[in-house]
Design a protein around this ligand. Structure first.
Ligand SMILES: Nc1ncnc2c1ncn2[C@@H]1O[C@H](COP(=O)(O)OP(=O)(O)O)[C@@H](O)[C@H]1O
Ligand SMILES: [Mg+2]
Length: 242
């Protein structure tokens, strides 16, 4: 993933510059903005050049999650950090980018709207491409939205090394919280909200994969309840989920 230019419509320029988008993409910013104190309200765009960066980034993102949600118990807090770690790792595990910038991630909260988001983007091969590597899943892709299929429990493009729980966990945690998970890849979007998944065609396709994890900051997040609702395949326990 590398960018030669990054052009955004005018209304987004200042915000994107403040979020460090150009810096993270290795480009000169088109305008200088006054730095605002981050004070835990947002995390400017961070770049992921290699896997070593992923642990620390997951910690920083989950710190925002902990700070901007009610009653996050320790167990949920660590489960959510692992869930974020999983979403970040997907950029390395699946996006098939040879080197360089593997992905970008940032977070933002809107206290007045009781909402917060974590966004993770890569410019890799996309979800349809990776899912089609699993024959059983590939059969469904003629009719179905690939992003929606990817959020199902147990659906993976790589069934030998992966279990397909990362996006499903994010989707179900957010469904219980009143938030939503958006998965965008190519021209396909899945919008998952309160137990329903809507397949949408993007007006502006994203050449890669973009995940938006959006939660309500005034309602609890509970990962433990999600695990408890999942069937345990034979011989498997909590630690085997990821
Ligand atoms: N960033 C990505 N780029 C390409 N494909 C992806 C990406 N993230 C997820 N996918 C696809 O969605 C599937 C489900 O992802 P996930 O729920 O994290 O499960 P797992 O990583 O265990 O397979 C992946 O196996 C892959 O095919
Ligand atoms: Mg994964």
């Amino acid at each position: 993933m590398s960018f030669e230019t990054l052009n955004l419509p005018m209304p987004f320029l200042t915000y994107a510059a403040r979020m460090n988008l150009w810096k993270a993409a290795g480009l000169p910013a088109p305008l200088d903005v006054l730095r605002r104190s981050e004070s835990g309200r947002f995390l400017p765009v961070q770049s992921m050049e290699n896997r070593d960066r992923v642990d620390e980034l997951a910690r920083n993102l989950s710190a925002i999650l902990d700070e901007h949600s009610v009653t996050v118990d320790t167990e949920t807090s660590s489960s959510l950090r692992i869930a974020i770690l999983e979403l970040l790792n997907n950029c390395f595990d699946h996006a098939e980018q040879a080197s360089g910038l593997h992905g970008l991630a940032c977070a933002q909260s809107w206290p007045k709207g009781s909402l917060a988001q974590i966004a993770i983007a890569d410019a890799g091969c996309g979800i349809r491409e990776t899912l089609s590597q699993n024959e059983d899943v590939a059969r469904r892709l003629g009719q179905e939205n690939a992003c929606a299929v990817a959020t199902e429990y147990g659906v993976t493009g790589k069934f030998q090394d992966h279990s397909g729980y990362g996006l499903a966990l994010a989707r179900e945690v957010l469904a219980n919280n009143g938030g939503r998970l958006m998965v965008v890849s190519g021209a396909e979007i899945a919008c998952c909200k309160s137990d329903k998944t809507y397949g949408i065609t993007a007006e502006h396709p994203w050449n890669g994969t973009l995940i938006i994890f959006e939660w309500r900051t005034d309602r609890p997040l509970n990962a433990t309840a999600v695990y408890e609702g999942w069937p345990y395949p034979e011989g498997m326990n909590d630690d085997d989920f990821f």
